[in-house]
Design a binder for this molecule. Structure first.
Ligand code: 6CS
Length: 337
Protein backbone atom coordinates (compact mmCIF):
# COMPACT_ATOMS: atom_id res chain seq x y z
CA UNK A 1 0.00 0.00 0.00
CA UNK A 2 2.73 2.36 1.01
CA UNK A 3 4.76 1.52 -2.12
CA UNK A 4 1.69 2.06 -4.29
CA UNK A 5 1.01 5.43 -2.69
CA UNK A 6 4.63 6.38 -3.15
CA UNK A 7 4.50 5.39 -6.85
CA UNK A 8 1.29 7.31 -7.43
CA UNK A 9 2.74 10.37 -5.74
CA UNK A 10 5.90 10.00 -7.82
CA UNK A 11 3.97 9.73 -11.14
CA UNK A 12 1.74 12.69 -10.31
CA UNK A 13 4.84 14.58 -9.25
CA UNK A 14 6.56 13.76 -12.52
CA UNK A 15 3.56 14.97 -14.49
CA UNK A 16 3.34 18.15 -12.43
CA UNK A 17 6.98 18.82 -13.05
CA UNK A 18 6.14 18.61 -16.75
CA UNK A 19 8.35 15.62 -17.40
CA UNK A 20 7.87 14.18 -20.89
CA UNK A 21 5.19 11.48 -21.05
CA UNK A 22 7.52 9.80 -23.58
CA UNK A 23 9.50 8.59 -20.61
CA UNK A 24 6.51 6.42 -19.64
CA UNK A 25 6.31 3.13 -21.46
CA UNK A 26 2.93 2.43 -23.06
CA UNK A 27 1.46 -0.71 -24.56
CA UNK A 28 -0.25 0.14 -27.85
CA UNK A 29 -2.79 -2.04 -29.65
CA UNK A 30 -2.79 -2.51 -33.45
CA UNK A 31 -5.30 -4.61 -35.42
CA UNK A 32 -5.28 -5.59 -39.10
CA UNK A 33 -7.39 -7.66 -41.50
CA UNK A 34 -5.05 -10.51 -42.44
CA UNK A 35 -3.25 -13.63 -41.18
CA UNK A 36 0.28 -14.19 -39.93
CA UNK A 37 2.84 -13.56 -42.68
CA UNK A 38 0.37 -11.80 -45.03
CA UNK A 39 1.12 -8.33 -46.41
CA UNK A 40 -0.68 -6.35 -43.67
CA UNK A 41 1.05 -8.51 -41.09
CA UNK A 42 4.48 -7.81 -42.61
CA UNK A 43 3.68 -4.10 -42.23
CA UNK A 44 2.41 -4.49 -38.65
CA UNK A 45 5.37 -6.61 -37.50
CA UNK A 46 7.90 -4.18 -39.03
CA UNK A 47 6.06 -1.28 -37.34
CA UNK A 48 6.11 -3.12 -34.00
CA UNK A 49 9.81 -4.03 -34.36
CA UNK A 50 10.73 -0.41 -35.03
CA UNK A 51 8.67 0.94 -32.11
CA UNK A 52 10.06 -1.62 -29.67
CA UNK A 53 13.67 -1.23 -30.84
CA UNK A 54 13.56 2.54 -30.60
CA UNK A 55 11.50 3.22 -27.48
CA UNK A 56 10.28 1.69 -24.25
CA UNK A 57 6.78 1.23 -25.69
CA UNK A 58 5.43 -2.16 -26.67
CA UNK A 59 2.87 -3.00 -29.33
CA UNK A 60 0.34 -5.82 -29.37
CA UNK A 61 -0.78 -7.01 -32.84
CA UNK A 62 -4.28 -8.46 -33.38
CA UNK A 63 -4.82 -10.42 -36.60
CA UNK A 64 -7.99 -11.25 -38.57
CA UNK A 65 -10.73 -12.70 -36.39
CA UNK A 66 -9.11 -11.96 -33.04
CA UNK A 67 -11.22 -8.85 -32.55
CA UNK A 68 -13.91 -9.41 -35.17
CA UNK A 69 -14.34 -8.34 -38.78
CA UNK A 70 -12.80 -5.33 -40.51
CA UNK A 71 -15.68 -3.04 -39.55
CA UNK A 72 -15.30 -4.06 -35.88
CA UNK A 73 -11.61 -3.12 -35.68
CA UNK A 74 -12.37 0.24 -37.29
CA UNK A 75 -15.08 0.94 -34.73
CA UNK A 76 -12.72 -0.07 -31.89
CA UNK A 77 -10.10 2.36 -33.26
CA UNK A 78 -12.57 5.22 -33.56
CA UNK A 79 -13.61 4.53 -29.95
CA UNK A 80 -9.99 4.60 -28.77
CA UNK A 81 -9.90 0.93 -27.69
CA UNK A 82 -7.24 0.36 -30.36
CA UNK A 83 -4.53 2.90 -31.13
CA UNK A 84 -3.69 1.66 -34.67
CA UNK A 85 -5.65 -0.11 -37.37
CA UNK A 86 -5.11 -1.31 -40.91
CA UNK A 87 -8.35 -1.17 -42.85
CA UNK A 88 -8.70 -1.40 -46.63
CA UNK A 89 -10.73 1.13 -48.63
CA UNK A 90 -12.85 -1.85 -49.72
CA UNK A 91 -14.44 -1.57 -46.28
CA UNK A 92 -13.66 2.08 -45.41
CA UNK A 93 -15.67 3.08 -48.49
CA UNK A 94 -18.88 2.88 -46.48
CA UNK A 95 -17.42 5.35 -43.92
CA UNK A 96 -15.44 7.57 -46.30
CA UNK A 97 -17.16 7.39 -49.71
CA UNK A 98 -14.15 8.97 -51.48
CA UNK A 99 -12.01 5.93 -50.50
CA UNK A 100 -14.02 4.00 -53.10
CA UNK A 101 -11.97 5.70 -55.82
CA UNK A 102 -9.73 2.61 -55.86
CA UNK A 103 -12.65 0.61 -57.26
CA UNK A 104 -13.03 2.58 -60.47
CA UNK A 105 -11.79 -0.09 -62.89
CA UNK A 106 -8.75 0.55 -65.09
CA UNK A 107 -7.89 3.78 -63.27
CA UNK A 108 -4.58 2.46 -61.97
CA UNK A 109 -1.78 1.21 -64.25
CA UNK A 110 -0.85 -2.48 -64.15
CA UNK A 111 2.90 -1.80 -63.92
CA UNK A 112 4.05 -2.17 -60.30
CA UNK A 113 6.86 0.39 -60.66
CA UNK A 114 4.36 3.03 -61.76
CA UNK A 115 1.93 2.09 -58.99
CA UNK A 116 4.64 2.41 -56.33
CA UNK A 117 5.78 5.76 -57.70
CA UNK A 118 2.17 6.91 -57.66
CA UNK A 119 1.80 6.03 -53.96
CA UNK A 120 5.00 7.91 -53.15
CA UNK A 121 4.33 11.01 -55.23
CA UNK A 122 0.56 11.41 -55.42
CA UNK A 123 -0.93 14.58 -53.96
CA UNK A 124 -4.32 12.83 -53.81
CA UNK A 125 -2.89 10.04 -51.68
CA UNK A 126 -0.52 12.05 -49.49
CA UNK A 127 -2.41 15.32 -49.04
CA UNK A 128 -6.10 14.90 -49.86
CA UNK A 129 -6.79 11.52 -48.24
CA UNK A 130 -5.35 12.47 -44.80
CA UNK A 131 -7.93 15.29 -44.61
CA UNK A 132 -10.79 12.92 -45.43
CA UNK A 133 -9.69 10.40 -42.80
CA UNK A 134 -9.24 13.19 -40.23
CA UNK A 135 -12.95 14.04 -40.61
CA UNK A 136 -13.64 10.56 -39.17
CA UNK A 137 -11.22 10.98 -36.24
CA UNK A 138 -8.43 9.05 -37.96
CA UNK A 139 -4.79 9.98 -38.53
CA UNK A 140 -3.94 8.38 -41.88
CA UNK A 141 -0.34 7.19 -41.67
CA UNK A 142 0.21 5.17 -44.86
CA UNK A 143 -1.70 4.00 -47.92
CA UNK A 144 -0.08 1.15 -49.83
CA UNK A 145 -0.82 -1.41 -52.54
CA UNK A 146 -0.87 -5.13 -51.70
CA UNK A 147 -1.14 -6.66 -55.16
CA UNK A 148 -3.00 -6.67 -58.45
CA UNK A 149 -6.62 -7.80 -58.26
CA UNK A 150 -7.37 -11.17 -59.84
CA UNK A 151 -10.85 -12.58 -60.29
CA UNK A 152 -11.56 -16.21 -59.37
CA UNK A 153 -14.69 -17.98 -60.58
CA UNK A 154 -16.31 -21.35 -61.09
CA UNK A 155 -15.53 -21.07 -64.83
CA UNK A 156 -12.97 -19.10 -66.84
CA UNK A 157 -14.28 -15.64 -67.79
CA UNK A 158 -13.22 -13.80 -70.94
CA UNK A 159 -16.11 -11.45 -71.74
CA UNK A 160 -18.77 -9.43 -69.89
CA UNK A 161 -21.27 -11.99 -71.25
CA UNK A 162 -19.42 -14.75 -69.38
CA UNK A 163 -20.22 -12.84 -66.16
CA UNK A 164 -23.95 -13.10 -66.87
CA UNK A 165 -25.76 -14.57 -63.83
CA UNK A 166 -22.49 -14.97 -61.90
CA UNK A 167 -22.70 -13.89 -58.28
CA UNK A 168 -19.35 -12.27 -57.53
CA UNK A 169 -18.45 -11.44 -53.94
CA UNK A 170 -17.29 -7.87 -53.43
CA UNK A 171 -16.05 -6.07 -50.34
CA UNK A 172 -18.77 -4.05 -48.68
CA UNK A 173 -18.72 -0.74 -50.54
CA UNK A 174 -21.37 0.35 -53.04
CA UNK A 175 -18.98 1.44 -55.80
CA UNK A 176 -17.42 -2.01 -56.13
CA UNK A 177 -20.94 -3.34 -56.68
CA UNK A 178 -21.30 -0.76 -59.49
CA UNK A 179 -18.09 -2.07 -61.06
CA UNK A 180 -19.26 -5.67 -61.12
CA UNK A 181 -22.71 -4.68 -62.37
CA UNK A 182 -20.98 -2.76 -65.16
CA UNK A 183 -18.90 -5.88 -65.90
CA UNK A 184 -22.13 -7.86 -66.38
CA UNK A 185 -22.06 -9.80 -63.08
CA UNK A 186 -24.33 -9.86 -60.02
CA UNK A 187 -22.32 -8.28 -57.17
CA UNK A 188 -22.70 -9.82 -53.71
CA UNK A 189 -21.17 -7.76 -50.85
CA UNK A 190 -19.84 -9.92 -48.01
CA UNK A 191 -17.38 -9.44 -45.14
CA UNK A 192 -14.20 -11.51 -45.46
CA UNK A 193 -15.14 -14.14 -42.87
CA UNK A 194 -17.98 -15.45 -45.06
CA UNK A 195 -16.18 -15.72 -48.40
CA UNK A 196 -14.61 -19.21 -48.30
CA UNK A 197 -17.82 -20.86 -47.06
CA UNK A 198 -19.96 -18.99 -49.58
CA UNK A 199 -17.73 -20.18 -52.45
CA UNK A 200 -17.72 -23.73 -51.10
CA UNK A 201 -21.49 -23.91 -50.84
CA UNK A 202 -22.13 -22.16 -54.16
CA UNK A 203 -23.85 -19.14 -52.58
CA UNK A 204 -21.44 -17.11 -54.71
CA UNK A 205 -19.70 -18.06 -57.98
CA UNK A 206 -16.55 -15.98 -57.65
CA UNK A 207 -14.66 -13.13 -56.00
CA UNK A 208 -11.65 -10.85 -56.53
CA UNK A 209 -8.42 -10.54 -54.52
CA UNK A 210 -4.65 -10.35 -54.98
CA UNK A 211 -2.93 -13.68 -55.71
CA UNK A 212 -1.08 -13.88 -52.38
CA UNK A 213 -4.48 -13.83 -50.60
CA UNK A 214 -6.01 -16.36 -53.00
CA UNK A 215 -3.11 -18.61 -52.00
CA UNK A 216 -2.96 -17.87 -48.27
CA UNK A 217 -6.75 -18.02 -47.78
CA UNK A 218 -6.97 -21.21 -49.90
CA UNK A 219 -9.55 -19.57 -52.17
CA UNK A 220 -8.25 -21.51 -55.21
CA UNK A 221 -9.50 -24.73 -53.54
CA UNK A 222 -13.11 -23.58 -53.88
CA UNK A 223 -12.78 -21.13 -56.80
CA UNK A 224 -10.11 -22.57 -59.08
CA UNK A 225 -10.34 -20.45 -62.25
CA UNK A 226 -8.05 -17.43 -62.01
CA UNK A 227 -8.69 -14.53 -64.40
CA UNK A 228 -6.19 -11.68 -64.82
CA UNK A 229 -8.35 -8.74 -65.88
CA UNK A 230 -5.84 -5.95 -65.13
CA UNK A 231 -8.62 -3.75 -63.69
CA UNK A 232 -7.13 -2.65 -60.39
CA UNK A 233 -4.97 -3.04 -57.30
CA UNK A 234 -5.86 -4.10 -53.81
CA UNK A 235 -5.01 -1.03 -51.78
CA UNK A 236 -4.97 -0.70 -48.04
CA UNK A 237 -4.42 1.96 -45.38
CA UNK A 238 -2.81 2.08 -41.95
CA UNK A 239 -3.91 4.73 -39.49
CA UNK A 240 -4.15 5.79 -35.84
CA UNK A 241 -6.91 7.09 -33.63
CA UNK A 242 -6.47 10.83 -34.11
CA UNK A 243 -7.00 11.91 -30.47
CA UNK A 244 -4.41 9.37 -29.39
CA UNK A 245 -1.98 10.55 -32.06
CA UNK A 246 -2.45 14.23 -31.30
CA UNK A 247 -1.84 13.65 -27.60
CA UNK A 248 1.54 11.99 -28.27
CA UNK A 249 4.70 13.90 -27.42
CA UNK A 250 6.65 15.28 -30.41
CA UNK A 251 9.20 12.56 -29.77
CA UNK A 252 6.57 9.81 -29.99
CA UNK A 253 5.00 11.35 -33.09
CA UNK A 254 8.41 11.19 -34.78
CA UNK A 255 8.80 7.60 -33.55
CA UNK A 256 5.44 6.64 -35.12
CA UNK A 257 6.29 8.41 -38.39
CA UNK A 258 9.68 6.71 -38.61
CA UNK A 259 8.13 3.35 -37.73
CA UNK A 260 5.53 3.61 -40.50
CA UNK A 261 8.25 4.63 -42.99
CA UNK A 262 10.30 1.57 -42.01
CA UNK A 263 7.21 -0.66 -42.23
CA UNK A 264 6.27 0.73 -45.64
CA UNK A 265 9.78 0.12 -47.02
CA UNK A 266 9.75 -3.46 -45.70
CA UNK A 267 6.29 -4.11 -47.14
CA UNK A 268 7.14 -2.79 -50.59
CA UNK A 269 10.19 -5.05 -50.62
CA UNK A 270 7.96 -7.97 -49.56
CA UNK A 271 5.40 -7.53 -52.36
CA UNK A 272 8.01 -7.56 -55.16
CA UNK A 273 7.68 -10.96 -56.83
CA UNK A 274 5.03 -12.07 -54.32
CA UNK A 275 2.30 -12.58 -56.95
CA UNK A 276 4.49 -14.86 -59.11
CA UNK A 277 5.66 -16.87 -56.10
CA UNK A 278 2.07 -17.27 -54.86
CA UNK A 279 0.86 -18.39 -58.29
CA UNK A 280 3.59 -21.03 -58.37
CA UNK A 281 2.49 -22.31 -54.95
CA UNK A 282 -1.15 -22.46 -56.10
CA UNK A 283 -0.25 -24.38 -59.26
CA UNK A 284 1.90 -26.80 -57.29
CA UNK A 285 -0.93 -27.40 -54.81
CA UNK A 286 -3.80 -27.94 -57.25
CA UNK A 287 -4.23 -29.36 -60.75
CA UNK A 288 -7.77 -27.97 -60.99
CA UNK A 289 -6.51 -24.39 -61.27
CA UNK A 290 -6.76 -22.60 -64.64
CA UNK A 291 -5.14 -19.27 -65.45
CA UNK A 292 -6.76 -16.90 -67.97
CA UNK A 293 -4.93 -13.73 -68.94
CA UNK A 294 -7.21 -11.44 -70.91
CA UNK A 295 -5.84 -10.07 -74.19
CA UNK A 296 -5.86 -6.32 -74.85
CA UNK A 297 -8.91 -6.81 -77.04
CA UNK A 298 -10.77 -8.68 -74.31
CA UNK A 299 -9.76 -6.05 -71.75
CA UNK A 300 -11.17 -3.33 -74.02
CA UNK A 301 -14.68 -4.81 -73.61
CA UNK A 302 -14.45 -4.33 -69.83
CA UNK A 303 -12.60 -1.02 -70.02
CA UNK A 304 -15.31 0.61 -72.09
CA UNK A 305 -17.65 0.12 -69.11
CA UNK A 306 -15.39 2.08 -66.73
CA UNK A 307 -16.81 5.58 -67.45
CA UNK A 308 -20.19 4.63 -65.97
CA UNK A 309 -18.43 3.65 -62.72
CA UNK A 310 -16.59 7.01 -62.69
CA UNK A 311 -19.96 8.72 -63.04
CA UNK A 312 -21.39 6.67 -60.17
CA UNK A 313 -18.36 7.65 -58.05
CA UNK A 314 -18.96 11.35 -58.69
CA UNK A 315 -22.68 10.94 -57.93
CA UNK A 316 -21.80 9.30 -54.58
CA UNK A 317 -19.12 11.79 -53.56
CA UNK A 318 -20.10 15.16 -55.11
CA UNK A 319 -17.64 18.00 -55.73
CA UNK A 320 -15.10 16.65 -53.21
CA UNK A 321 -14.96 13.31 -55.02
CA UNK A 322 -14.74 15.04 -58.40
CA UNK A 323 -11.75 17.08 -57.23
CA UNK A 324 -10.10 13.95 -55.82
CA UNK A 325 -10.64 12.10 -59.09
CA UNK A 326 -9.17 14.99 -61.10
CA UNK A 327 -6.12 15.02 -58.83
CA UNK A 328 -5.82 11.23 -59.16
CA UNK A 329 -5.80 11.53 -62.95
CA UNK A 330 -3.21 14.33 -62.80
CA UNK A 331 -0.98 12.33 -60.41
CA UNK A 332 -1.25 9.23 -62.60
CA UNK A 333 -0.40 11.22 -65.73
CA UNK A 334 2.71 12.56 -63.99
CA UNK A 335 3.80 9.01 -63.14
CA UNK A 336 3.16 7.72 -66.69
CA UNK A 337 5.31 10.52 -68.11
O1 6CS B 1 -11.15 -9.75 -49.50
C1 6CS B 1 -11.00 -9.36 -48.37
O2 6CS B 1 -11.96 -9.03 -47.68
C2 6CS B 1 -9.60 -9.35 -47.77
N1 6CS B 1 -8.59 -9.27 -48.79
C3 6CS B 1 -7.37 -8.95 -48.48
C4 6CS B 1 -6.27 -9.03 -49.47
N2 6CS B 1 -7.04 -8.47 -47.28
C5 6CS B 1 -8.00 -8.30 -46.21
C6 6CS B 1 -9.42 -8.28 -46.73
O3 6CS B 1 -10.31 -8.45 -45.70
Amino acid sequence: MKVQQLLTTASVGALMLGLSTAALADNWRYAHEEYEGDVQDVFAVAFKDYIEANSDHSLQIYRFGELGESDDIMEQTQNGILQFVNQSPGFTGSLIPEAQIFFIPYLMPTDMGQVLEFFDESKAINEMFPELYAEQGLELLQMYPEGEMVVTADEPIRTPEDFDNKKIRVMTNPLLSETYSAFGATPTPLPWGEVYGALQTGIIDGQENPIFWIESGGLYEVSPNLIFTGHGWFTTAMMANQDFYEDLSEEDKTLVQNAKDAAYAKTIEHIQGLADASLEKIQAASDKVTVTRLTDEEIAAFKERAPQVEEAFIKMTGDGGKALLEQFHADLEAVKE
